[in-house]
Design a protein around this ligand. Sequence first.
Ligand code: FAD
Ligand code: NAP
Length: 533
Amino acid sequence: MAQANRSFDVVIVGAGFAGMYMLHKLRGQGMTAIVFEAGGGVGGTWFWNRYPGARVDIRSLEYSFSFSEELENEWKWSEHYAPQPELLRYAEHVADRFDLKRDIVFNTRVEAAVFDEASNRWSVTTDGGDTVSAQHVVMATGSLSVPTNVDFAGIEDFGGTIYRTSQWPHEGVDFSGQRVGVIGTGSSAIQSIPLIAEQAAKMTVFQRTPNYSVPAHNGPIAEDVYADWTARRAEYRLAMKSTAGGFFNDPSEQLTLEAAPEHHATEFERRWQIGGFHILGAYADLGIDSEANKVAAAFAAEKIRSIVKDPAVADILTPKDYPWGTKRLCVDSNYYATFNRDNVELVDIKAAPIERITAGGVKTRDAEYSFDAIVLATGFDAMTGALDRIAITGRGGVRMKDRWAEGPRTYLGLMVSGFPNLFTVTGPGSPSVLTNMVTSIEQHVEWIADCLLWLRGRGAATIEATLEAENGWVDQVNEIAAGTLFPQANSWYMGANVPGKPRQFLPFAGGFGVYREICEEVVERGYEGFAVG
Ligand code: FAD
Ligand code: NAP
């Protein structure tokens, strides 16, 4: 580490989009900052998740930084939904353009952060054995950066190769001529399955729970679309800030059951043809009214039946036990049609669970399958996983992990009481994973940077969330979630994918625009709910 044992205004953990923008922003304010990144390069999600088919589910024009007009002018996206290599190139470009790498220490994991009450400073220790001191810490550690630890019996016996979508080899994988098993059917699997199927001799997909997926209808961005975006970009970027998800999907105000069945059919079809998350905006009550939701679910089921030729396979692919849209909708290219291929087989492991991985493949209750390679697309310890893995110690020697034993508690998803001067970007209790994450990241980074400037102006040593404000916010987050259908799904939003994780709806479901206004009002009222020392 080039800058060992130094003192900084801010330590930033993570060099994904959040950490990179945080560094740039703080530098612009004349603050000293260092970034520690466990990976060997910038880009976070797009550095790690290099599986075939990895790409955005929000249009790239919107899933990109808006803070620099120059950056926007010089970068041109090739497709509506850019693929991972292009997103990684974008992250690299941002790092080079703003000369970020000189303050980023790669291949270095932060293991501990301890607040010293006498000096009001944090000591941050890395796995390289370095300790640095900082007044503030920003955890830009990512909401989906820690893969779940699936522990199939016998996994160490497998004689072929096991790949994880979230830790894909940088040199890529050639599955030509191979028999490949894919475990999982979340977004990562749904993106990779069509491409692996094109290459492999035979592919078997092990599905525990089917997901709802919509087509991306991806393709190059037409020149006139680009011209319009460029001409009206400032207007669009401003409008995005008031949307529920930090992106555009033309949300309707109409209630589902007030519309005629013929309207349902045409409206869902129109939005299906546009592709992506447009369909989420079809009616205003799809996420809160069970009867309305069933209309969307029926449309999705019919779509699956119309694409997948074998009715038994279509039936297995159709979700039945949770409301439509209560897990992050998958956005695919050719997913359902892939099950019409002769070399693709679907195995329902809810009906016949996987018993073990064997030397030759996978054994379920009913059968044994032989593979050369197994792909684990089994998801992440979302929102709290990266924070839980750092020994964060606040006032009175309290560990954040212990404070959160019953589930995470934050004020605005930005700070935790008892942990002064430590901020989280897109943390639990903020809109985060329900949104276009770049929009959310920009809002959080800018809020934190403004806050640090304000503290400096007052000569303040500390800021922290009050317990009262934190309790009020947690209640508000829970109440809003309880008014939606989200809690009815065993999703990673609920912590349900990690055994033993407390069941709690993790993000703020009140909408990005509403949340941003709340954050601004808190500032206008003199950082209401924060104690400044
Ligand atoms: P990340 O990109 O996750 O970066 C966090 C970084 O912190 C990582 O590089 C990690 O190595 C590092 N880190 C963590 N802990 C430590 C530690 N202790 N010490 C040092 N370094 C550490 N969101 C969308 O809005 N649209 C999408 O289309 C979309 N697609 C996605 C596709 C995939 C496959 C995944 C996994 C997520 C996707 N997301 C998407 C969510 C995505 O995570 C965000 O869009 C965004 O990239 C998050 O940026 P970040 O900087 O907050 O976190
Ligand atoms: P995920 O949605 O959590 O999916 C994990 C899959 O693995 C699920 O099908 C799950 O089944 C299965 N699984 C987990 N453990 C298993 C076990 N022990 N045995 C059998 N099956 C098991 O994870 P993900 O696909 O990586 O996606 C996570 C999130 O990342 C997404 O929701 C999205 O926000 C983001 N993402 C976005 C994109 C994109 O389109 N841009 C792509 C990838 C990821 P159960 O459902 O039964 O648990």
